[in-house]
Write a protein that binds this ligand. Structure first.
Ligand SMILES: Nc1ncnc2c1ncn2[C@@H]1O[C@H](COP(=O)(O)OP(=O)(O)O)[C@@H](O)[C@H]1O
Ligand SMILES: [Mg+2]
Length: 205
C-alpha cells in the first residue's frame, strides 16, 4: 500500500520540465509536503550510469530494443530503490519523465509496439503508476532549439520528424490516460507556466 502522491512531468525536449519541477518542488515544500524530486533516466547510481550510455552521442549503433531496455532497466532500479520506498514513507514524489516517455519516444517516435512497451514497463515498475501526469505542451521546434542551445545529446540529435511524432504521441497518451493527465500550456514566462501548474495541482490535491 503506497501512501504518498506520485506526480510526473512529461513533454518534448526543452518544454520546461526541469525548470518547472524545481519551482513545483519549492511550492510544495513551502506548503509543508515532504517532497522528493527525481528524474529519468537516472535517479540512482546505477541509473545514472545507464543514462550516460543512453545519451552519449557516440552510442550511434544502439538498437531500439536495447534503448528501450536500458531506459526500462534504469526505471526498474529507480522504482525499487527510490520511488516505491518514498511513496511508502508518504512523500510527494515528483519525477521528471517516466513510463510515458518510453511510450512517446520508443513507441510513437521509434515505432515499437505500444502494447509490448506497456507490458515490459508494467513488469519493470511493479505497476506503480503516477496519480497525476502533467504534460507541458510547447511547440516541438522551439523546445528543441532551447534544449540544444548548448550541446545536443543522442536523443536530441534525432531529426525534427522524430520529435514531432513524440509530441503527437504525448497528446495521444493524454487522451488514452485522461484520468491522470493534465495538459498545461508551457508557453510564456517560467512564472506564468508555474501558475498554471499550481492551478492544476490545487484542483488535484
Ligand atoms: N518559460 C520559459 N521561458 C523561457 N525559457 C525557459 C522557460 N522554461 C524553461 N526555459 C529554458 O529553456 C531551457 C530548457 O528548459 P528545461 O526546463 O531544461 O526543459 P526540459 O527539462 O523540458 O528539457 C532551459 O535553458 C531553461 O532555462
Ligand atoms: Mg530536463
Amino acid at each position: 500500500m503506497h501512501r504518498g502522491i506520485f506526480i510526473t512531468l512529461e513533454g518534448v525536449e526543452g518544454c520546461g520540465k526541469t525548470t518547472q519541477m524545481s519551482l513545483l518542488a519549492k511550492y510544495l515544500k513551502n506548503k509543508g509536503f515532504n517532497v522528493l524530486v527525481t528524474r529519468e533516466p537516472g535517479g540512482t547510481k546505477i541509473g545514472d550510469e545507464i543514462r550516460k550510455i543512453l545519451l552519449n552521442p557516440d552510442s550511434k549503433e544502439m538498437d531500439y530494443r536495447t534503448e528501450t531496455l536500458l531506459y526500462t532497466a534504469s526505471r526498474a532500479q529507480h522504482v525499487s530503490e527510490v520511488i516505491a520506498p518514498s511513496l511508502e514513507e508518504g512523500k510527494v514524489v515528483l519525477c521528471d519523465r517516466y513510463i510515458d516517455s518510453t511510450l512517446a519516444y520508443q513507441g510513437f517516435g521509434r515505432g515499437l509496439s505500444l502494447n509490448k512497451l506497456i507490458d515490459v514497463s508494467r513488469w519493470a515498475t511493479c505497476d506503480i503508476n503516477p496519480h497525476l501526469t502533467i504534460l507541458l505542451f510547447f511547440p516541438t521546434e522551439d523546445g528543441l532549439k532551447r534544449a540544444t542551445s548548448k550541446e545536443a545529446d543522442r536523443i536530441e540529435q534525432e531529426d525534427i520528424e522524430f520529435h514531432r511524432r513524440v509530441q503527437d504521441g504525448f497528446l495521444k497518451l493524454a487522451r488514452l490516460y485522461s484520468e491522470r493527465y493534465q495538459i498545461v500550456d508551457a508557453a510564456g514566462s517560467q512564472e506564468e507556466v508555474h501558475e498554471r501548474i499550481i492551478k492544476v495541482l490545487e484542483e488535484f490535491l
